[in-house]
Design a protein around this ligand. Structure first.
Ligand code: SF4
Length: 170
């Protein structure tokens, strides 16, 4: 099975979310989330939209790639899931590298917070990504759904009702 950017992101956010999504229980459309990021980028940086290219690989769609400077631009709403944003971008760089594009870097952009951050892929990162890919395969093929994580971010998750409906009724 081809691991997608969404699988990778969900693995970092919550392994239960990854399992639910991969096993066909879909409460949100990954494409809507991608679309939201794309719209925010277009609104925040309208001058760029025509300059940057869209790149598509199996399971990955990069909306804004600056092919001259070899930079992937990824726009996010807030830094709350900063760690998963960084690793998602590293995963994109990793996949481009596997497709033959070398010396690519990333730029994480948080226009609402006026912050940008460069992202690079190191050798330990490549090893970590290979481990994560193995882990993702193992998690999604488990018989049992991983347990709830009971974290504040659950309240904003599209699976909240699914996960906590019993507790709400108590
Ligand atoms: S509500 Fe919480 S436990 Fe359930 S999938 Fe979302 S993040 Fe994971």
């Amino acid at each position: 099975m081809q691991i997608t950017g969404t699988h990778f992101n969900y693995y970092l956010v919550c392994q239960r979310k990854l399992w639910l999504f991969a096993n066909g229980i879909n409460m949100e459309h990954a494409s809507d989330l991608v679309y939201e990021g794309k719209i925010m980028h277009e609104k925040s940086y309208p001058q760029r939209s025509t300059r940057y290219k869209e790149i598509e690989l199996p399971g990955i769609k990069i909306d804004f790639y600056d092919s001259i400077n070899k930079v992937i631009h990824e726009t996010k709403k807030s830094r709350k899931e900063h760690n998963s944003h960084t690793w998602q971008l590293k995963y994109y760089i990793f996949r481009l590298e596997k497709a033959g594009l070398e010396e690519v870097s990333g730029l994480l952009e948080y226009p609402k917070e006026h912050k940008t951050e460069e992202v690079f892929l190191s050798q330990p990162d490549r090893e970590r990504i290979r481990e994560i890919e193995t882990d993702i395969h193992a998690i999604i093929h488990r018989e049992q759904c991983p347990p709830k994580i009971n974290k504040p971010k659950c309240k904003k998750c599209a699976y909240y009702d699914f996960c906590y409906i019993d507790e709400e009724q108590e």
